[in-house]
Design a protein around this ligand. Structure first.
Ligand SMILES: [Zn+2]
Length: 221
């Protein structure tokens, strides 16, 4: 009665904008929703989906200016698996113990999850990548091995280090244990923008997988 605002609850920090769909050019309504994350700050969730062609987009924008950042967490148990993670479209996830990097790519999306959720997502990427190499026996074998290791890590049975780097400072791991620092301009410039899943030098994997599978594109040991 008092207002013609039809967005109902949570209208305080939310609003809509209108644009045209990048795929079909029909009108697209973009929803903006503000939120405050404890110990982190203000964020804005941006979501849209095209009712005409099904195009979807979601991103999380951090509302304060941030430096390039690197967060490193040794994941050793349930508490660490529950640590909150903000991964924006510019965030690179690294699991050096498994030789896995998940870099921003055309299909990347932002999300707020926890370490367990990150490991689940990485596992699903590895499952897809393993499928791609099913005709290459050694690479396929390595993919299956990585899936098994991720499964153990998700159960809290395999300690491993999870690193998130973001040249735009839009990603974070929130934990008392986390080691965070600002990336140098050079490190930030070296972050990739393509998507590479895991590096498989299949001719050498059988000999010693732990030594031969290197994190991709890393300049720090
Ligand atoms: Zn559309």
């Amino acid at each position: 009665m008092s207002t013609d605002n039809d967005s109902g609850n949570e209208s305080r920090d939310s609003f809509e904008t209108r644009t045209s769909c990048p795929l079909c050019h029909e009108e697209l309504v973009v929803k903006w929703q503000g939120d405050e994350i404890p110990y982190f700050g203000e964020v804005m969730y941006i979501t849209t989906s095209c009712s005409n062609c099904g195009f979807r987009f979601a991103d999380t924008m951090i509302m304060t200016q941030k430096d390039p950042v690197r967060f490193e967490l040794m994941v050793e148990g349930l508490e660490d698996l529950n640590a909150r993670v903000i991964r924006s479209t510019s965030g690179t996830i690294r699991i050096p113990d498994l030789g896995i990097d998940v870099e921003p790519g055309s299909v990347s999306e932002s999300y707020i999850t926890n370490i367990e959720g990150i490991l689940e997502r990485v596992r699903s990427v590895v499952v897809t990548a393993t499928e791609w190499v099913k005709d290459e026996p050694e690479a396929h074998e390595r993919g299956l091995e990585l899936q098994g290791m991720l499964e153990k890590a998700i159960q809290g049975e395999l300690p491993l280090k999870v690193i998130i780097e973001d040249p735009l400072g839009n990603s974070a791991i929130i934990s008392e244990k986390v080691i965070s620092r600002t990336l140098s301009a050079e490190e930030a410039a070296n972050l990739h923008s393509g998507m590479i899943v895991f590096d498989v030098d299949s001719s050498e994997l059988e000999m010693d997988s732990s030594e031969k599978v290197q994190p991709i594109g890393n300049d720090y040991k």
